[in-house]
Design a protein around this ligand. Sequence first.
Ligand code: G4P
Length: 552
Amino acid sequence: MERSEGDIAPVERSEGKASQVLAEEVSRRRTFAVISHPDAGKSTLTEALALHAKVISEAGAIHGKAGRRSTVSDWMEMEKARGISVSSTALQFNYRSAGSSVDNVINLVDTPGHSDFSEDTYRVLTAVDAAVMLIDAAKGLEPQTLKLFQVCKHRGIPVITVINKWDRPGRAPLELLDEINERIGLVPTPLFLPVGIAGDFRGLLRRGEDGVATEYIRFTRTAGGATIAPEEILTAEAAAIREGEEWETAAEESELLSATGQDHDEELFLAGQTSPVIYASAMLNFGVRQILDTLIELAPPPRGRAAIDGREREVTDPFSAVVFKVQAGMDAAHRDRLAFMRIVSGVFERGMVVTHAQTGKPFTTKYAQTVFGRERSTVESAYPGDVVGLVNATALAPGHTLYADKKVEYPPIPSFAPEHFSVLRAESASKYKQFRRAVDQLDSEGVVQVLRNEIRGDAAPVLAAVGPMQFEVVSARMKAEFNVEARMEPLGYGIARRTDAESADELGRQRGVEVFTRSDGVLLALVSDKWRLQYIQKEMPELTLEPLVAAA
Ligand code: G4P
């Protein structure tokens, strides 16, 4: 029998309403990270985005020109000394595009931008739905951008390209696009082209079908780039008169790009094969609104995720989340430990009791916070795509799942190929117990990978890291939290490969090779260098030496 609206019980109706609210909250969210090489302008862009979203009223409020380095999160003395941020956190803001009737919610998950890398940097990318690849117009693709891009590619994260610093002398616009195409195989499909060469940035040509210019957005500089740059919108005809040759060049380039098929295609973009491109100046706030509008228009909203058993958890299913980062000692006064989770499905309400999938134990979420830089605020509710920090969540480690109502467990976060190896020893044998406890704790948090073998024994585990800074974090935390002075001796290996029990003995007999068991049970062969690796692969092809999920 068919039911009319009037037959629906009140509970059902309110449930229907709740799921509609949830679906709307999901569709207005975009969660992304900026991937870039240090100095490409990530902090400046973050600030410019915040300015456009009216989170701040003047650029300089987040990191300030003079005090930039010291005002970002400084959770450890080490950071202060080096003047860098080791933390990854998330900035959430509302943004309404022109002509839209709803506010979008943007979650910008921060990737540490310093020159040393750690696994944290990569783990952040498991928490986002899209990435903005920020490139310096004079430098083009740089090593860390490449590494991070490889992770996006591996995880199928769609990438929007921003070519920054167009206000400064740089390369030709099409030359930069060629470089992207040739070096990483990503087809750039500009949505806008710059009018004026690098160093003479006047505005943006919006590309329409077949590369035909649909409008010209002309920018005006503001004093010190501190406020939003006023825009004037002109037709193509008016632009030609106003800018003359500069406009003609951009219009021609646009048509050239269409002739080689470099036009935006939603499907190819989402499949990670093409990348929409925007030219910008984060410092002058040119092109920043266009970046936000593009994120909203093209980047995918949060989606469901496949669980370990292969079943898909939809965003509208009951609450579930994945921990992607654990950070300790952010606040020296409180010495706390924050676990950052990305919500996958359902509504999160502070205080709700959830289940920790790995232990089956209940977990209370009374102290849920959002964190950006030094700022922390309490979260009352959150939706898929949002990032929430849980205070003193000692049992949680990266890759862990939390859920409510309906059981689910997501696959672990892959550990990335380490490239740096050190033996760790306690300075004093009397502290051995604390030493072991510290190693186990840091291992479970995913601060470093811990490798052991029978020859070296438990007193001298080998630490494996993606970036050498992970070692410094270990030393600093062992001292501060466990009162253990530890010594680290670098080991002469440069490559880690996954092997198996059948190959382990033979590999262990090779010069320049040592086999270890990682704490997750995986057997790793450490090899001195690529020549040694190539030699073994050639002479003994039967031995298993599989590449790990490579960061580069
Ligand atoms: P990062 O977080 O990626 O490391 O880069 P950051 O924003 O700190 O920017 C690095 C440098 O590049 C800064 O200069 C910044 O002002 C400059 N920059 C960023 N975006 C633009 C841009 O669009 N145009 C120009 N011309 N410069 C840009 P700095 O000299 O290190 O610092 P400051 O003295 O300017 O504060």
